[in-house]
Design a protein around this ligand. Structure first.
Ligand code: HEM
Length: 248
């Protein structure tokens, strides 16, 4: 892959070689491309989004558009987090970028801040549009009020579980070294709750490219998770030995 004599693992004290620098650039480009995918699909439906920042639109329209952008970016970053969590070792080995834990932390924080800004912007848009505060219904949507509120509630659940997942990832290793991974795994639930939330009530996630894209992302997560589980059971029971054999 490289003619650079320096090792592929990044040593923080030495200058990174050209192969590592190239892989860093490629990783950043891949991240930007991933984030642009839903935004491009959304722009194809809404037109250039900066129009809404101008005059002549109903109050709250630009906050509403920003709210949807934040939702897409948050969801895509949650996807990336899961992929990084499942594939960080092979990625580290293949790209030689050194431990990806700090990247995983930063992406997690960015995902949470964007996910939080999504309902805040929604509430702001509603207040600008109606002149009333609906803060309780935004952050704890009533599930017996009909289709829209119920599916908003899946998003709210996603947000609160994401907070738990982020806290478990940041403080868990110190506070509960044995249990934190199990709690951190709520992020899978977040991913599927938000997938369902956005596919049911999202404007751009119900038509065109986005339902396909988000379903492909969900299929990637399911595939990688099954592969990880299979590898785990495989390493627990040596070749040819099944769980039933092991119990005998
Ligand atoms: C209290 C929490 C939440 C509330 C109140 C909420 C509310 C909403 C609403 C009302 C919509 C429909 C917007 C439209 O008309 O298109 C929506 C869509 C969406 N939400 Fe949420 N949401 C919440 C949490 C989340 C979280 C945690 C994420 C991501 C991690 C998320 C991602 C999305 C996405 C991707 C869409 C689709 C946007 C579109 O189709 O353009 N939501 N949300």
């Amino acid at each position: 892959m490289t003619t650079d004599p320096r090792p592929m693992t990044a040593d923080p004290h030495s200058e990174p070689g050209p192969a590592i620098r190239r892989n860093r650039v490629l990783a950043v480009l891949a991240l930007v491309a991933l984030l642009l995918l839903p935004l491009t699909a959304m722009t194809r439906q809404t037109g250039t989004m900066t129009y809404y920042l101008g005059q002549g639109y109903p109050p709250g329209q630009s906050a509403y558009i920003m709210m949807r952008v934040a939702g897409h970016l948050a969801y895509t970053l949650v996807f990336l987090q899961i992929v990084l969590g499942l594939l960080h070792r092979p990625l580290q080995r293949a790209l030689g970028l050194g431990p990806l834990l700090s990247v995983h932390r930063s992406v997690g924080l960015a995902a949470f801040l964007l996910a939080l800004s999504h309902p805040i912007l929604f509430e702001w848009a509603r207040q600008l549009r109606t002149g009333q505060s609906t803060i309780t219904a935004t952050f704890w949507p009533p599930i017996d009020h009909g289709f829209y509120e119920l599916h908003q509630f899946f998003g709210a659940m996603g947000l609160y579980l994401l907070l738990i997942g982020v806290l478990a990832g940041v403080y868990g290793p110190r506070l509960a070294p044995k249990a934190w991974r199990a709690v951190h795994a709520v992020n899978y639930m977040v991913f599927f709750l938000v997938w369902y939330h956005s596919l049911r009530i999202g404007t751009s996630t119900r038509i065109g490219m986005l339902p396909v894209l988000y379903t492909v992302l969900a299929a990637v997560v399911v595939g990688l998770t099954l592969q990880r589980l299979r590898r785990r059971t495989g390493s627990r029971f040596p070749e040819g030995l099944t769980s039933r054999d092991a119990r005998r």
